[in-house]
Design a protein around this ligand. Sequence first.
Ligand code: CUA
Length: 347
Amino acid sequence: MNKAGPRTNSNKQRMTAGFGIARAAGVASVLALVALSGCEEAPSVLQPAGEEAEQIKNLAWILLGIAVFIFLVVETWLITNIIRFSKPRDEKEVSQTHGDIRLELVYTIIPVMIVIVIFVFTVQTMDSLQAPGSDMHIKVTGKQWWWEIEYPEAGVITANEFYVPVETRTLAELHSSDVIHSFWMPEIGGKTDMVPGQTNQTMFTVTRPGRYLGQCSEFCGVQHAHMRFLMFAVSREEFSDWIAHQQQPAKEPTSEAARRGREEFVAAGCGGCHTIRGTEAAGRLGPDLTHLAGRETLAAYTLTNTTENLREWIADPQEVKPGNLMPDLDLEPERLEAIVTYLEGLE
Ligand code: CUA
């Protein structure tokens, strides 16, 4: 507001300010709607697609039911008494309950019973989630800020996107190579921490084929929000095909540009951090790129995997995902283009 303005204007100014706030609120709600519409694929724990998530959801409803029941009882009692005692009454002393052992016992036993019921339901659920016996085993390692997924039996290592067969109880062994991360697929199961120097595990059984979003759920540094992954649950046949494809070494370049790209990839030192099986690039610091072109996303779901995004990512990784370990290589445009062409062919 203009403080120097004449006094007669202050009402008008106040109204303008009021309209300003209303308009700002309107704009904010429109923005919120736009932002929320971008979350259409936001996974919900209330729509589970896994046996374990189903059990967690059921437990959540039971706990919510108990909480709502207690809330209703307490509020009803409270409101009834507010109404009852709000009218002036005669001076007769209200009955005193201090030191009433029976009442004290009731006040103690009821909460203890509630806690026991919650405890029993929780322990039952935890027990069934951790029951031994799995049909498949994967190793997931959280890194700042991406995921390495290994299929030890098949000898396959991939990054940020992986497949599992439906109706298959999968044991995920969880590791971290730097700080604490947390493995979480809202529709599939609960959160499990990934702690450096310790092996945790979680089990999941996907009941519905689909594409499931995972997200790191423990703050692990500036790019924590950009530490996402995709899990594809497919039929057993599709899964076998996928594993067989992943076991293949990288596809040979089919064009002169791609061949040059492979040379540039090695010459620029990319192989110091990345592996492309079938080439001399064998670094283990960054994601395995052997089948990069088969992935939907780049940089742990920071970007979708398109030519422009791949180019942008390699040209200036610190602009796209500040703080990540990929250095800016300052490549000349032709070299960059050749590398992009090569990587795009790695299906
Ligand atoms: Cu990893 Cu948050």
